[in-house]
Design a protein around this ligand. Structure first.
Ligand SMILES: *[C@@H]1O[C@H](CO)[C@@H](O)[C@H](O)[C@H]1NC(C)=O
Ligand SMILES: *[C@@H]1O[C@H](CO)[C@@H](O)[C@H](O)[C@H]1NC(C)=O
Ligand SMILES: *[C@@H]1O[C@H](CO)[C@@H](O)[C@H](O)[C@H]1NC(C)=O
Ligand SMILES: *[C@@H]1O[C@H](CO)[C@@H](O)[C@H](O)[C@H]1NC(C)=O
Length: 410
């Protein structure tokens, strides 16, 4: 579609209101300090990247070279039509998106404010996609602390400390938090309400251990990036809450141990686990790599230079240091794992006992039915009766016992 502004419905009232004032148009270099100045965006083809990092071009109304100090209320943002749903800022700088933008563009669905030195980000109710990477964002505020519209949120390269304000986003499908080194060990339970999330990027957020307190699975999650953190140990069971996970990135951590024997049970859909650039000892890596590859899982390899490599993943034979840490950690893990195993076995045991009770009462019923005089039966049951009726009449108990043994064998 050509970027013809007149093809859009304009709001004459709004334009008339501003007509007597100085109007600064189309990419002029602006330094807005004084109150009451007006900035107008240019409706044009704008290039950005989509959720899979593919180039995307779409019509945006683009504000160029907007510089604002701490008093962001000084400027008014306008367009030839205020119905534009996508708004972008290029070469701009302001501590927060001026509130008047949302007031004037009251139907805004996409906001692009990459590399604008934003410190506080406000997300309004109708926004569906927000591109806010490469800023200095410390704080994010949602209208009413929730959004049922937001589907994609890009906050890579910021200064977030926590995610408290970002938990109530039930429509979210893509969340990119890459390179927020102050986030640390976020509990994956914080994403529990994002039931449609299929992509979660937690690369380089300063994570030292994986905490997964999710009560229910995130059933749509297909891509989970935990690369370039400081994880030392993972058990694939930590990913049991992601039944559709296809790609897992673990490279660039300090992993020296990973338990993967249950990988296919826990992650039936997994296609690749990237494990290179970690602190693997060659011995462990040899068996881990084999386990994964034997199950058809791709492990990407890096270039090792002169280092040792197994399955083309770099590793070290000097594992003394690693071994000590490994032993200490395994001691701790072992205890908690035994406890968890016991809990899981108890639960399974309960299920089995209930099943046994059910079978027992069924058997009792059967015994009662058999010892009762035969009632009129339907045609197919009569056939059965004719086939082995004689024997059963004489020895009803052996007939029942035999069938029970059969069940046990199964
Ligand atoms: C969370 O939201 C509240 C209210 O909207 C706000 O006052 C606070 O600064 C926000 N905190 C963070 C860390 O974003
Ligand atoms: C939003 O969440 C923050 C952090 O959890 C809290 O401090 C604030 O009071 C909440 N605001 C509203 C309006 O619920
Ligand atoms: C026992 O007989 C009753 C009545 O004929 C029937 O409803 C029931 O399903 C029978 N139970 C079993 C275990 O076959
Ligand atoms: C036992 O024999 C009776 C006939 O006397 C038959 O109806 C019933 O299906 C048999 N039970 C089993 C479990 O084979």
């Amino acid at each position: 579609m050509p970027a013809v502004q007149t093809s859009r419905r304009a709001r004459p009232v709004g334009l008339l209101r501003w007509a007597p004032l100085v109007v600064l148009v189309f990419g002029a270099k602006l330094a807005l300090e004084a109150a009451g100045e007006i900035v107008i965006c240019n409706y044009e083809k704008f290039h950005l990247f989509d959720s899979m990092y593919r180039p995307r071009t779409d019509n945006f109304c683009v504000f160029n070279d907007v510089y604002l100090g701490s008093d962001v209320k000084g400027a008014d943002f306008l367009a030839s039509s205020l119905d534009y749903k996508r708004v972008a800022f290029a070469n701009s700088k302001f501590p927060q998106v001026p509130p008047s933008l949302f007031k004037n563009f009251d139907d805004i669905r996409e906001l692009y404010v990459r590399r604008c030195s934003v410190e506080m980000l406000k997300i309004t109710r109708l926004l569906e996609k927000v591109y806010a990477g490469g800023n200095r964002i410390v704080s994010v505020q949602l209208d009413g602390n929730a959004s049922n519209s937001l589907r994609e949120l890009y906050l890579d390269g910021n200064r977030l400390h926590g995610l408290a304000n970002l938990t109530n986003l039930p429509a979210l499908e893509v969340l990119v938090l890459e390179n927020n080194p102050l986030l640390g060990n976020v509990d994956l339970a914080q994403f529990g309400r994002m039931e449609r999330l299929w992509k979660l990027d937690l690369e380089r957020i300063g994570m030292t251990r994986l905490v997964n307190g999710l009560k229910r699975p995130l059933a749509e999650l297909r891509r989970l990036d935990l690369s370039n953190n400081a994880l030392t140990y993972v058990h694939v069971r930590m990913f049991r809450t992601f039944p559709k996970l296809e790609h897992l990135w673990l490279h660039g951590n300090k992993l020296y141990f990973m338990e993967a024997d249950q990988v296919r049970t826990v992650m039936p859909a997994i296609r690749s686990i990237v494990i290179d650039d970690n602190h693997w000892g060659c011995g462990h890596l040899a068996s881990l790599g084999k386990q994964l590859r034997d199950r058809g899982i791709i492990i990407r390899h890096g270039s090792c230079g002169t280092d040792r490599a197994v399955h083309r993943v770099c590793c070290s034979d000097e594992t003394d240091l690693v071994d000590t840490r490994y032993l200490i950690e395994m001691g701790i893990r072992h205890e908690t794992r035994v406890q968890q195993d016991v809990r899981e076995l108890r639960a399974e045991n309960d299920i089995l006992r209930r099943e046994l009770e059910r079978l027992g009462s069924l058997l009792g019923e059967l015994l009662v039915n058999i010892s009762r005089p035969a009632e009129p039966m339907r045609a197919n049951e009569q056939e059965d009766e004719l086939m082995d009726g004689q024997e059963a009449d004489e020895q009803p108990e052996s007939n029942v016992t035999a069938s029970f043994e059969e069940y046990e064998e199964e």
